[in-house]
Design a protein around this ligand. Structure first.
Ligand code: ATP
Ligand code: MG
Length: 647
C-alpha cells in the first residue's frame, strides 16, 4: 500500500498583490469564491451570458459521471464569438493579432481583417469537401494562418487537430492516421534560429506514411520552391484569392466537437483529447479575463506554441473571445540574440506575459544582462504554466522580469482540463513562490490519499478535481473506455484524477509536486522530484535539475540528479558534494542524491517539459521509451554515454 507523498520543502515567502494593481483589478472581492461555490452552475451560466448564442441552453449541466454535457441545448459558433461579435464594436479595427516573424517582419491583423481571412478560408475548406465533423490536421509554425485556419474550421463545424509544427514526420503521420483527417494544412518552410525548416518536405513524408490525405493546402511562408503533387497540393494564397469573404457560421450544438489535441507525451504515449464547443469557450473566456486580469487596452503575449493546449486556450480562443490583442512570435527566443523576447516586450509595450518554467530557467541561465538591455516597464502581470515552478525561478521572474511590481499567476492545468483550474486571481491572492494557490472560483479540488480521503494540511497526496468544469475533456478520441479508466477510476466515477502529486497547506493552497509517475520511494519515504529539484536550483551554480529514483537494493530507490550548470561554472567533485549537501540541508538527509550527473542539456518534450521517464530508462540501462514528442532526441543518447562513463 502506498503512503502519502512526504512534502518536505518549506517556502515562507509571501507576495500580496501590489496596491496599485489591486485597485484596478478585474476581481477585487474575495467573496467570488464563496458565491461561485454556493451555486457553481449559476456561476458558469453567468459567464456563458457573455458569449453570443444562436440559441440559449436549456440546462447548464447534465452530469452522468463520468460524462458531462454543458449548456445542453445551446447553439453557438466559436468563430462568431472570437471574431464576428467584435465587428459591431469599437474593436472592429483593433489589432487581434500582432505577429512577428523570426527575420523581423511584422503583420498586424485587425478583427475586421481576421474576419475576412477566416471566412475566406472557411469557404476554401468547404470547396475542398470538408463538412461538419470532419477532422482537419494543421501542421503549421507560429504564423497568423494557423489561428485563421483553426477559426475557419470552427466556422464550418470541422474539427481541427493542430500538430506542433516542430514534430517529426512520424509523429505527424501517427496523428493524421489517428484522427482520420483527409485535409492537411502546412507551409513551404519557416524560420527557426536563422535556418529554413523544410516543413512541406516533412509533411510529404508524413502524408506518404499515414495515407488518407486527399488535399494538402500549402501556405507560402518563405517563398521557397517546394515540390507540389498535382491534384493533391494547393497553394493557400491561390485558393484564398478566389474565395468569397462571406461564409455563414454553422450553428453548433454546445456539445459538438470543436477540436482534438494530443497531450505532450511526458509520461507516455500521447492521447487524443476531445474538446467540445460551448463549455470550452465559456471556460477559456472566463479564465482569460480573470486570471490575466485582461483589460481592453492590454497587449497580451503568451509565448507558448499554438501546437500545445496553452496556445489553443490562451493565444487563440480565450484572448480572441475577449477581444484582446494577442502577440505571436514565429521563432526562437535566442535569435538573433538572447534578448529577443525582451526586445519584443519593449517594442510592443506588452502588458501581460505568460510563459513556462523551463523558459524562465533558460533565461536565468543566460543571465540578467539580456532582460536588462530593455525597458520592461510596460509589463504589469506575469504568468507561468507547464510544470511546477521552482521557487527560485519564481523569485527571479518576479524580480528581473517583473521589476518586483508584477503579480505572478502560476496556473495549473492540462490538455485535458482545457482551461486553467488552479491559479491565483492576481488582484486578491497573496502568492507563495511555487504554489499555484487555489482552485479558480467554481472549481473544486482536493489532495486525496490512496483511499480517496483528504490528506491533512501540510501533507502530500494525489491532486483531485471534485466536480465537473465546463472546459473538461469529453473523451479520448476513439477510446472512451480509456477516458473512463485513465481519469475517472482512481477513486470513484465522479472524481477526476489528473495524475499529479500535490500537497496543500494550512491556507488551502495547492503545491503541485509533479507527476505521480515521477514520485520516488526512498527507504519508505515518498519523495517528489520537484522538491529535490527546487533545492538544487537554489544553489547559485545550478540552472536546471531533473531528479529521478534509481533502483537500490537496500533503500528501494535513491535519488539521482541530472544537473545543468549556469554559464561560468564547471563540473567538479567538490561541486557534486556541495549539491548533495544542499539537498540534505534544504530538504532532508533522506533526499540526498546518490549521484549528481552534470549535463549540458536534458531530454525535453516540444513544450519544454523534462521527460524524466527517459532519464529513468538511462539510469536503468533499459531501452528508451516513446521519443516522438522529444524536442532534442540526440540528448538522450549523449546522456546515456555521459552516465555510463561516469559510472
Ligand atoms: P502526457 O499526459 O501525455 O504525459 P503532459 O501531461 O505533459 O503529457 P500536458 O497536458 O501538456 O501534457 O501537461 C499537463 C501537465 O503539466 C500537468 O498534469 C502537470 O503535471 C503539469 N503542469 C502544468 N501546469 C503546471 C503548474 N502550474 N504547476 C505544476 N505542474 C503543472
Ligand atoms: Mg498529462
Amino acid at each position: 500500500m502506498s503512503r502519502p507523498i512526504d512534502a518536505l520543502l518549506q517556502e515562507q515567502r509571501r507576495y500580496p498583490p501590489p496596491a496599485e494593481f489591486a485597485a484596478r483589478a478585474n476581481v477585487d472581492d474575495p467573496d467570488v469564491y464563496r458565491q461561485a461555490d454556493e451555486d457553481f452552475e449559476g456561476f458558469w451560466a453567468r459567464w456563458a451570458e457573455e458569449l453570443a448564442w444562436f440559441r440559449k441552453w436549456d440546462r447548464v449541466l447534465e452530469w452522468h459521471p463520468p460524462d458531462a454535457r454543458w449548456f445542453v441545448g445551446g447553439r453557438l459558433n466559436a468563430s462568431v464569438n472570437c471574431v464576428d461579435r467584435h465587428l459591431a464594436t469599437p474593436r472592429k479595427n483593433k489589432a487581434a493579432i500582432i505577429w512577428e516573424g523570426e527575420p523581423g517582419e511584422t503583420r498586424v491583423v485587425t478583427y475586421q481583417e481576421l474576419a475576412r481571412q477566416v471566412n475566406r478560408f472557411a469557404n476554401v475548406l468547404k470547396a475542398l469537401g470538408v463538412r461538419k465533423g470532419d477532422r482537419v490536421t494543421l501542421y503549421l509554425p507560429m504564423i497568423p494562418e494557423l489561428p485563421i485556419a483553426m477559426l475557419a474550421c470552427a466556422r464550418i463545424g470541422a474539427v481541427h487537430s493542430v500538430v506542433f509544427g516542430g514534430f517529426s514526420p512520424t509523429a505527424l503521420a501517427q496523428r493524421i492516421a489517428d484522427s482520420g483527417s483527409r485535409v492537411l494544412v502546412t507551409c513551404d518552410e519557416y524560420y527557426r534560429r536563422g535556418e529554413r525548416i523544410p516543413q512541406k518536405r516533412r509533411a510529404d513524408e508524413a502524408v506518404q506514411m499515414a495515407g488518407g490525405i486527399d488535399k494538402v493546402v500549402v501556405v507560402r511562408r518563405t517563398g521557397a520552391n517546394v515540390p507540389m503533387t498535382p491534384g493533391r497540393d494547393l497553394w493557400w494564397d491561390e485558393l484564398m484569392a478566389s474565395a468569397d469573404p462571406h461564409c455563414p457560421p454553422e450553428p453548433m450544438d454546445s456539445e459538438d466537437m470543436l477540436f482534438m489535441m494530443y497531450t505532450s507525451g511526458t509520461t507516455g504515449k500521447p492521447k487524443g483529447i476531445v474538446h467540445t464547443t460551448g463549455g470550452y469557450l465559456v471556460g477559456v473566456h472566463a479564465t482569460t479575463k480573470w486570471v490575466f486580469d485582461l483589460k481592453e487596452e492590454d497587449t497580451y503575449w503568451c509565448s507558448a506554441d499554438i501546437g500545445w493546449i496553452t496556445g489553443h486556450s490562451y493565444i487563440v480562443y480565450g484572448p480572441l473571445s475577449n477581444g484582446a490583442t494577442t502577440v505571436m512570435y514565429e521563432g526562437s527566443p535566442d535569435w538573433p540574440d538572447k534578448d529577443r523576447l525582451w526586445s519584443m516586450v519593449e517594442r510592443y509595450a506588452v502588458n501581460i506575459f505568460y510563459t513556462a518554467p523551463t523558459a524562465i530557467r533558460q533565461f536565468m541561465q543566460w543571465g540578467e544582462a539580456y532582460p536588462r538591455r530593455h525597458d520592461l516597464s510596460s509589463l504589469r502581470l506575469l504568468g507561468s504554466v507547464g510544470e511546477p515552478i521552482n521557487p527560485e525561478a519564481w523569485v527571479w521572474y518576479h524580480r528581473v522580469i517583473g521589476g518586483e511590481r508584477c503579480p505572478i499567476v502560476d496556473t495549473w492545468w492540462q490538455t485535458e482540463t482545457g482551461m486553467i483550474l488552479i491559479t491565483p486571481l492576481p488582484g486578491i491572492t497573496v502568492t507563495k513562490p511555487g504554489s499555484a494557490t487555489r482552485p479558480f472560483p467554481g472549481v473544486k479540488a482536493a489532495v486525496l490519499d490512496e483511499q480517496g480521503q483528504p490528506v491533512p494540511p501540510g501533507g502530500g497526496g494525489y491532486l483531485a478535481i471534485l466536480r465537473p468544469w465546463p472546459a473538461m475533456l469529453r473523451t479520448i478520441w476513439g477510446d472512451h473506455q480509456r477516458y473512463v479508466d485513465t481519469y475517472w477510476s482512481r477513486w470513484n466515477r465522479q472524481t477526476y484524477y489528473p495524475g499529479d502529486g500535490a500537497k496543500w497547506d494550512e491556507d488551502g493552497y495547492f503545491w503541485v509536486l509533479g507527476r505521480v509517475d515521477d514520485v520516488m520511494n526512498v527507504a519508505g519515504h515518498r519523495l517528489s522530484t520537484m522538491e529535490i529539484e527546487s533545492a538544487l536550483v537554489e544553489h547559485p551554480a545550478v540552472a536546471e535539475a531533473a531528479v529521478i529514483g534509481a533502483t537500490h537494493s537496500i533503500k528501494g530507490q535513491v535519488p539521482v540528479a541530472f544537473v545543468i550548470l549556469k554559464s561560468g561554472w564547471e563540473p567538479s567533485e567538490a561541486l557534486e558534494r556541495e549539491l548533495k549537501e544542499k539537498v540534505a540541508q534544504v530538504i532532508s538527509p533522506i533526499a540526498r542524491p546518490d549521484r549528481v550527473v552534470f549535463t549540458p542539456d536534458l531530454p525535453k518534450t516540444r513544450s519544454g517539459k523534462i521527460m524524466r521517464r527517459l532519464l529513468r530508462d538511462i539510469v536503468h540501462g533499459s531501452a528508451l521509451g516513446d521519443v516522438t514528442t522529444l524536442r532534442n532526441p540526440e540528448v538522450a543518447e549523449h546522456l546515456r554515454q555521459a552516465f555510463e562513463t561516469a559510472a
